[in-house]
Design a protein around this ligand. Sequence first.
Ligand code: SAM
Ligand code: FES
Length: 356
Amino acid sequence: MKTDMDKEFKSIVDSLKDTRNITRDQFAYLLQSDGEDNIEYLFEAAREVSEMVFHKEVYLRGLIEFTNYCRNNCYYCGIRCGNANADRYRLTEEEILSCCDMGEILGFKTFVLQGGEDPFFTDEKVCALVRKIKEKHPSCAVTLSIGEKSYESYKKYFDAGADRYLLRHETANEEHYSKLHPGSMSGADRKQCLRNLKEIGFQVGCGIMVGTPFQTVDNMYEDILFMQELQPHMIGIGPFIPHKDTPFKDEPEGSVDITLRLLAILRLLFPKVLLPATTALGTADAIGREKGILAGANVMMPNLSPSNVRDKYLLYDGKICTGDEAAECNQCMRKRVENIGYHVADTRGDHPDFAN
Ligand code: SAM
Ligand code: FES
């Protein structure tokens, strides 16, 4: 009978921690071996590294979901343009600015503006918005997450004052990418967007969903190789959760266990990277976000969107916090962080290479 702690597992974790590298076979071993003690050893190593860099501080980002219109039709996403049941909305500039005002009162130092790829929000509108937010809240960072744009558009956003950009690459494998998206979209384009964003000077976040249909261990290893090449400042990882009005409605949910293992492996590979414990992780498991922090994550994103639109930004079924006010989410999140012995940072929470 196999003991709970196996030598091979331990030596892979030790070597990963020392070398900040992992082979394909070592990666598969860490994802596929059982044994609570093994997994706890991996999480403990990741926690140690995250504590060394971030000193048990968790960075909070106020998430403003400002439009659920989207011109794309990704097979997994609840706000895809093909979903006629989605109840579409756009926040006005005033509404977005008042979310930020509320956010600053609640103590947030970063606002994440996320939305579908909505042509209504032209570059001019996005830049005007970014400028106004930075004028009113000069000590806060602005993160954009509005999809694939041209180099010129990204440059305009950066020049307007945006600090960070989140664009999950979804999967680094082109064949897998084509099984998750219609033919009009390409993984190569998405990767190029990330390279452009980095070149322009943004703090850049890539990332994937864990457990998307057709995903293999080799695909995930390819994601790691891509991340090693890109050297992102943030990596967004959450389980895939099906949405009832998408082609993937009957597909199984991604595993929380694998998501946590991947978070821990990424922390060991990229000690300084910003790693959110995502809403999807909190949806798949009631204490998923706490588990994420204890597996090496260091960021949480409470929802700042007005409560009357929250139940409309539904990327997947069962999304948490759709009935809460911003202040409730903020309180809840802070309590969750303290309950596990961490504390909320009062700085902007930049990537260590960008912090002054
Ligand atoms: N339009 C922007 C973009 O493409 O980056 C931002 C919004 S997009 C909806 C944000 C992320 O939600 C996607 O990158 C994807 O990884 C995640 N997402 C979409 N559908 C999901 C699902 N069914 N389960 C879990 N995450 C999902
Ligand atoms: Fe929103 Fe808990 S984070 S209610």
